[in-house]
Design a protein around this ligand. Structure first.
Ligand SMILES: Nc1ncnc2c1ncn2[C@@H]1O[C@H](COP(=O)(O)OP(=O)(O)O)[C@@H](O)[C@H]1O
Ligand SMILES: [Mg+2]
Length: 246
């Protein structure tokens, strides 16, 4: 393993049994992501993108294969260590924002500190600071239904990064947004990447991925799509290739 490799999968599989059929949601996927990279994952619906993100985030367990974080297999971690990995290092953003409807923007961001032992006063201060940073100070007391889609997603990003994670997983973060708001969220992610955050973003929007990310991983039917590849490991494995923008 090279020192630059931060997050790595080796022959990662996630299969589901459906009666007599096996759905290969993810099939022999080998990728490596360097610390500080901004990677896009593209592919048609059902190609395994969300499955891959969930495995990388330690939210799901592979059928076979390995996810290594800094050289440590997630499978070697206890449930407690895995929970600590997610709590301390991982932020997640979803297409549908996933905000709590009866909480204010501020309270939604504060939920990131649940189970961390952070004092209520401190978590309120940090959440308010983050909302201010993302230009939402005057929306802090609004509930999601009183916010635009773009604002809701910015609240969700605030919640994802308020604990200063190392990794941000974004699953179609602009999928429910109009062009202008999608651009704003993309700019926000670009800024966070500039500050050192490692970002892995699933998107349908090829233009967005092409403009904003440093590298694109293409998926098809649970596998890496064949094409040009920049990853020497992938080159060595004809059945597990990683697409890349030339
Ligand atoms: N819990 C599950 N049970 C059975 N099949 C699933 C399950 N979750 C996902 N799949 C299947 O795995 C494939 C990949 O799904 P997913 O990762 O959600 O794709 P994408 O995010 O690229 O749209 C799809 O065919 C989907 O139907
Ligand atoms: Mg998906």
């Amino acid at each position: 393993m090279t020192p630059a490799c931060y997050l790595q999968t080796t022959d990662l599989c996630r299969h589901y049994e459906r009666g007599h059929r096996v759905v290969k949601a993810l099939d022999n996927v080998t990728i490596s992501i360097a610390r500080g990279e901004f990677v896009g994952i593209v592919g048609s619906s059902g190609s395994g993108k969300t499955t891959l993100l969930n495995l990388l985030a330690g939210l799901d367990t592979p059928t076979s294969g390995v996810v290594d974080l800094d050289g440590v297999p997630l499978s070697s971690m206890s449930r407690r260590q895995l929970a600590a990995y997610r709590a301390a290092k991982v932020g997640m953003v979803f297409q549908s924002f996933n905000l709590i409807a009866h909480y204010t923007a501020l309270q939604n961001v504060e939920t990131a500190f649940y189970f961390t032992g952070t004092q209520p006063v401190e978590r309120r201060r940090l959440a308010a600071e983050m909302l201010e940073r993302l230009g939402l100070a005057d929306r802090a007391t609004h509930r999601p239904s009183d916010l635009s889609g773009g604002e809701q997603q910015r609240v969700a990003v605030a919640r994802a990064i308020v604990k200063k994670p190392e990794l941000l997983f974004a699953d179609e973060p602009t999928g429910n947004l109009d062009l202008e708001n999608a651009g704003q969220i993309a700019s926000l992610l670009t800024m966070l990447h500039g500050e050192g955050l490692t970002i892995i973003m699933v998107t349908h929007n090829l233009e967005l991925a092409g403009q904003r990310t440093q590298r694109i991983i293409r998926m098809q039917y649970g596998r890496l799509d064949r094409g040009d590849h920049s990853d020497a490991r992938a080159d060595a494995r004809p059945d597990a290739r990683e697409g890349a923008i030339p």
